[in-house]
Design a protein around this ligand. Sequence first.
Ligand code: ZN
Length: 279
Amino acid sequence: MLLCCAAAALPAPPYRALIIDGQNNHAWQETTPVLRRLLEETGLFQVAVVTTPPQGGDFSSFRPDFPRYQVVISNYNGEPWPRPVQEAFTAYVRGGGGFVVYHAADNAFPEWPEYNEMIALGGWGNRDERAGPYLRLRDGKILLDSSPGRGGSHGARHEFLITVRDRQHPVTRGLPETWMHAKDELYDRLRGPARNLTLLATAFSDPSTRGSGEHEPMLFTVAFGKGRVFHTTLGHDLEAMRCVGFIVTLQRGAEWAASGQVTIPVPRDFPTAERVSVR
Ligand code: ZN
């Protein structure tokens, strides 16, 4: 009875979040628990995880109840979901659901048109000009470049500078204009429909680290119907996920996707233009 009442005294987190994993060319078994902890430590999310069957498995019982959640976080990069699940997920986001695209989740589902609309830009999976244009910055303005070529690449992992391009958006408001990100993959040459996209932050992909020579989109949001999508290309592995810049943008992006607003403050240990900061 006492336990019950003590627990009841704590306010319940306002948002329900669902992480989906189960197939990925990345170590989802390691990264999902970190995603979960980062969301839970905000006090804003009650987090559930659903793990798909392994490749070739029986997906008949994989039927997430998407409308139960304010935000879905994908840590999934694997075989296509069954048609009814695709349709349910599309309807969920279109109807106002929140969606966080985390790192290699933007490699997934090259053949699913609505998914590519939601993520706006993706890579690998034989993506090329048929997937849509590259997003390029020219004189501070977005240019969509439809020239032929592969979609998705990255050079050697390294620390790199992130430049915030929209300092008014709730996710990036109050962040320093530039900050050093911990050692990570810097995704380049992503391509996709790139519609209804708000570019939040970029990083220069240096040819000296086998990059594209372009300011590549790192963080952005996408409007899909009434739904809010936050896309972070960052967070390849546990080392990259220790970056306070990754942590805070993921947390704020998830809150924004769930609610349209951000209450999570910028912490004192946020990285600066000169210095990486990790937890
Ligand atoms: Zn990666």
